[in-house]
Design a binder for this molecule. Structure first.
Ligand SMILES: [Zn+2]
Length: 213
């Protein structure tokens, strides 16, 4: 999937080229501006593991990146690099609780060249003023020994409509992996971790699921 690179925004602060000095382009739709690079440099040189500057950066709301080309309604079907509908869907519906947080794997969808795991993440609401919505980090392995780390990026949506308990917030996300598993793949071992867990005294156990595909 290609992104509209003609309208870059800094992935860390959301500012566009006229508002920044320099912008460095990364993979996909990732960019970083000179001011955010400088801030990252300060954080790198700070000996405190969770400094005020690091917290400030991590607490920023996620930047909405430019829409993938072809989804804006301008490109014709033939210009789309991939079909929008999966050619196969495996309904998983497995849930597991770790560290007071529930991860529900909803389904795995197979597209041309990649697959996606759709999930719901139920966790205590983040404290007031802490707007950072962290993504879950996935590690996937199949029975043939092939391994995947999820692509960076991806969408994470707050779903207050699904939260029945005021002590829990619900986030809906999908993680994308490429390439596709081989034809010999029968079983996926899916491990998932909360990236913020590394800052806790006792690192949380990763979630782990076995899914037959
Ligand atoms: Zn920036």
């Amino acid at each position: 999937m290609s992104f509209d690179r003609s309208q870059p925004r800094c992935s860390f602060c959301g500012r566009r080229p006229p508002e920044v000095g320099r912008m460095v382009a990364g993979p996909g739709a990732a960019y970083i501006c000179d001011a955010c690079l400088e801030l990252c440099n300060d954080i790198m040189h700070d000996t405190a593991p969770f400094s005020a500057k690091a917290l400030e950066l991590a607490s920023r709301p996620p930047v909405v990146i430019a829409a993938p080309q072809g989804l804006a309604g301008e490109a014709s079907e033939s210009e789309l690099p991939r079909p929008r509908a999966p050619w196969r869907t495996v309904n998983v519906e497995l849930e597991q609780k770790q560290q007071g947080m529930l991860l529900l794997l909803h389904k795995i969808q197979f597209f041309e060249g990649y697959f996606e795991i759709d999930y719901l993440w139920m966790r205590p609401p983040l404290t007031a003023g802490f707007a950072f919505v962290p993504r879950i980090i996935f590690f996937v392995k199949d029975n043939t020994g092939m391994q995947w780390n999820g692509d960076r990026g991806g969408m994470l949506l707050a779903r207050p409509d699904l939260a029945s308990d005021p002590n829990h917030a619900v986030y809906q996300g999908s993680a994308r992996f490429r390439p596709l598993p081989s034809n010999d793949a029968r079983l996926l071992t899916i491990r998932a971790a909360d990236p913020l867990g590394q800052f806790e005294d006792i690192p949380p156990h990763p979630w782990q699921f076995e899914v037959t595909i």
